[in-house]
Structures are given as structure tokens and as C-alpha cells.
Design a binder for this molecule. Structure first.
Ligand code: GDP
Ligand code: IMO
Ligand code: MG
Length: 420
């Protein structure tokens, strides 16, 4: 049996915290896509930690954590993160497993990412510059090096071949930076990676499932950044949706039971691309300040706006969401009025659908207003104690999207979550 936790907006919905919260109910936590572009924030013993490559179940003793074949893995980030996790007494050699089919990010992927963003100028994606796009290009282009290849004698030859191919691209993009230091740390990290548990991921996970073990699949990014269903081309390069669990771990669709979609009570986006409910005013600033909306991976200020129900209904649809989890509701505590987007006005026509080419359209959000609750909710533990204005806000959202918010997160801490 597999349950899924994934993002319903443009990423940073608080997936890491939610995975960490639910992990005790599962035997295995598995990342199925994305790479070090992800930044999942957890609080362990009151200390903040941001995970980029390791699944967010790692801090629970005796849980298996898997990096699935759908992930692109940067060995340098992984090594750094393993050291950070070890400082909490976690033995990654015991708890962490990596699929041999996982694709590797090499230093030149990062260089190509940087050079192609520069070449795009004004129309840049706003990539995290972690080499994600180029690594997935080499996967679908059938050139990639995979974790299983590291154990093979031909690895160095394979690396040199790929390096030469990348050099031609970099020359075309006029990239002249010296990346020898990146390569040095890469090879050190490769040695470390060889010392970890590399497994045949699809057999490993299916064997565990057939023994009755429960798997929690952890998504990175969000559905509006999905390569097919996001705001293309301002998207990431992987399948961030529930279907990505099957290809990213090698599990059959019948195994998937709950699809838990995480949304903020408002909305943010980091990087370029359309964002119909974005606020370019003091309210947007207030959301950024109160929500501490700065990227967990790049530190960039996140763009902020009201919740977009047109997009949320769409993302619930493509994922088959069974449970919605609303995070950062407490960030709205002090707002006297809230707004939600219930339709898009596109060239004078109203629509409740996410259009094909959002990035080329002038979309005006149609907003509906709500009274804020003006109460500090961060200490609330029981649904009955939540303010009635918050309940009305949630009920309106449930009715619109046709799915139910089942949990409200009211602070970054592990225990700050209320079941409805
Ligand atoms: P992820 O990428 O989806 O895991 O989310 P990030 O970690 O990038 O960003 C979410 C941020 O919000 C982190 O700083 C979390 O600690 C914080 N956070 C998560 N849930 C809540 C919540 O309910 N309330 C508040 N105030 N912060 C939260
Ligand atoms: P988590 O898992 C928010 C955004 C980037 C950029 C676009 C493409 O923490 O929610 P990429 O580096 O993938 O080529 O960048 O996607 N992006 C994210 N935004 N949260 C993330 O991950 C993101 N991962 C990528 O800012 O706009
Ligand atoms: Mg994040």
C-alpha cells in the first residue's frame, strides 16, 4: 500500500513538515521525483533542518527512507546532507536506500543550467541552478549516468564522454567559468555514495509492499510546476503529480490509496512565471513577512498572493486528491479580510479552468472576500477550538474544489497540526 503527500501549488507548501508528521504511521518514506531544487523544512528537537535530497522521514528511527529512480541526485548535496543528519544521531547507512536507476547530477549539469538561464535573459525560468533541467534532459535523451553505473568499472569512461558532450554545449553558451573545484568535490562525494545502500529500488519497494509494509511517497515541488500540467515553460522538469509515484518508484497504480495534497492557506511562488493572485502591494509584503516566505533552497523572496481556487481545483483533479492538508493557516491570523480567487477573467471572459498557455495570457483574478478571524491560532489543538471564521473559509474552499481539508497546520512545529 502506498499513500502520497504532494504539493498542490507552486511548491513550498510545507510538504516536509507534513511528511515528518505522518511518517510514524508508515514503514517507508520514499522520494519519487525532483532533486536538490527541493527544500523541505523540518524542526527536529526544536532545531531547523532543510532537506534537499533525503526523504523527510529520516528523523524517525527504524523507518526506511528511499531515494527513488525518478529522482535526480546530486552526490555533493547528498553527502553534505548525510553529514548534517548524522549530527542528529541518524545512521544513514542503516536507514537510507538509493535506487540504482536514480539519475546523477554531474557538475556540468549545474553549469549548463546556469549558462542557459543566462542566455534566456528576461525570459529565464528562475531555476534553482541545481542542474535539474539538464539532468532530466540527459535522462530522456538517454545519456545519463545512473547510480548503478558508479559500481561499474566503465563509470570514468562514461563520465568523460558525458563531460565532452556537455563541454560542446557550454562552449556554445559561452560559459567560461572554471568548474574544477566542483568536479573535485563531486568525485569525493561519488566515493561516499558508493558506501551507501544502493538497491534495485523497484524490487526492494515491491517486496516490502508484499510483506504488508506501508509506504509514504513524498513529492517535491508542486503540481503547478509539473512538467506537463504546470505553467509551462515556467515549470520544473519532472512529474510532480501522483502519477509520478508509479514511474518514480516502480509501483503499480492500484497500490496507491490516499493522495494527500498540501496547500497553503494563501499562495506563493518562487522563480518566474504566471501567478494570477500575486499581490504587488503591502498585503503581499505582509504575507511574506508573517509567513517568512524566503526560499529554503535559494533564499530568494517568495512572491505572495491569495489562494487560487481555480488552480487548486485543477491540481486536486489531476492528482485524484483524497485529503487536502492546509498549512500556514496561522499566517492569516492577523488579517482583517481575506480573499480567494474563484475565477479567471481572461480578455473579458470569465473562466473556472486553468488555460493551456497561462504564461501568454493576461489573467485577472475574480476575488471573493472573507472576514478574517483575528485570533492567534498557533496553540490550538482541537478542531472545535478553531475560530468559526476559519471554518467558514475552509468550508467555502471544500465546496469549491470538491475535496475536503482534513488537517490544518497552524505553525511550523511538529505538533502544530489540527485534524478536522
Ligand atoms: P516544502 O518545500 O513544501 O517542504 O516547504 P518549505 O519547507 O520550503 O516551506 C515551508 C515553510 O513554512 C517552512 O519554513 C516551514 O517551517 C514553514 N511551515 C510549515 N507549516 C507551517 C505552518 O503551518 N505555519 C507556519 N507559520 N509555518 C509553517
Ligand atoms: P519544494 O520541493 C518552490 C521552481 C524554481 C523555478 C522552477 C524551475 O521545496 O517545494 P528548477 O530548479 O526545478 O529547474 O526550477 O521551479 N522550483 C521550486 N519552487 N519549491 C520547490 O521545491 C521548487 N523546485 C523548483 O524556483 O521557478
Ligand atoms: Mg521548499
Amino acid at each position: 500500500m502506498v499513500d502520497v503527500i504532494l504539493g498542490l501549488q507552486w511548491g513550498d507548501e510545507g510538504k516536509g513538515k507534513i511528511v515528518d508528521y505522518f511518517a510514524p504511521q508508515y514503514d517507508i518514506v520514499a522520494r519519487f521525483q525532483g532533486g536538490p531544487n527541493a527544500g523541505h523544512t523540518l524542526y527536529v528537537d526544536g532545531k531547523k533542518i532543510v532537506l534537499h535530497q533525503i526523504p523527510s522521514g529520516i528523523f524517525h528511527q527504524n523507518k526506511i527512507n528511499i531515494i527513488g529512480n525518478g529522482v535526480v541526485l546530486d552526490p555533493v548535496t547528498l553527502k553534505r546532507e548525510c553529514d548534517a543528519v548524522a549530527a542528529f544521531g541518524i545512521d544513514v547507512k542503516k536507514n537510507l536506500f538509493i535506487s540504482e536507476r536514480t539519475n546523477i547530477i554531474v557538475p556540468t549539469h549545474r553549469a549548463i543550467d546556469k549558462a542557459s538561464e543566462l542566455a534566456k535573459g528576461e525570459s529565464k525560468i528562475g531555476s534553482t541552478l541545481k542542474g535539474i533541467g539538464p539532468a532530466y534532459m540527459d535522462k530522456t535523451g538517454r545519456n545519463a549516468i545512473r547510480v548503478g553505473d558508479l559500481l561499474d568499472k566503465s563509470f570514468t569512461t562514461q563520465y568523460i564522454k558525458l563531460r565532452l558532450k556537455h563541454q560542446k554545449l557550454l562552449d556554445n553558451l559561452h560559459f567560461i567559468e572554471d568548474i574544477s573545484a566542483w568536479e573535485e568535490e563531486f568525485f569525493e562525494a561519488i566515493d561516499f555514495l558508493r558506501s551507501l545502500n544502493v538497491v534495485n529500488g523497484e524490487y526492494f519497494i515491491n517486496n516490502e509492499i508484499s510483506k504488508g509494509k506501508k509506504v509514504l511517497a513524498e513529492g517535491a515541488q508542486g503540481t503547478m510546476l509539473d512538467i506537463d500540467f504546470g505553467t509551462f515553460p515556467f515549470v520544473t522538469s519532472s512529474s510532480t503529480i501522483s502519477a509520478g509515484v508509479c514511474t518514480g518508484l516502480g509501483v503499480a497504480p492500484q497500490q496507491i490509496k490516499r493522495v494527500m495534497g498540501v496547500t497553503k492557506a494563501y499562495c506563493t511562488r518562487v522563480g518566474s512565471g504566471p501567478f494570477p493572485t500575486e499581490l504587488h502591494n503591502e498585503t503581499g509584503e505582509e504575507l511574506r513577512k508573517l509567513g517568512n516566505e524566503f526560499g529554503a533552497t535559494t533564499g530568494r523572496p517568495r512572491r505572495c498572493g491569495w489562494i487560487d481556487l481555480v488552480a487548486l481545483k485543477y491540481t486536486c483533479m489531476v492528482n485524484g486528491v483524497t485529503d487536502v492538508i492546509m498549512t500556514k493557516a496561522d499566517v492569516l491570523d492577523s488579517f482583517p479580510n481575506l480573499e480567494v480567487c474563484t475565477a479567471y477573467n481572461i480578455d473579458g471572459k470569465s473562466s473556472q479552468e486553468v488555460p493551456f498557455q497561462m504564461s501568454k495570457m493576461n489573467i485577472q483574478p475574480v476575488l471573493e472576500s472573507f472576514k478574517g478571524w483575528k485570533i492567534d491560532t498557533t496553540g490550538i489543538k482541537q478542531a472545535q477550538d478553531l475560530p468559526s471564521a476559519m471554518k467558514e473559509y475552509i468550508q467555502f474552499i471544500n465546496n469549491y474544489i470538491g475535496a475536503d481539508v482534513k488537517y490544518v497546520s497552524n505553525g511550523p512545529g511538529r505538533e502544530q497540526i489540527v485534524a478536522l
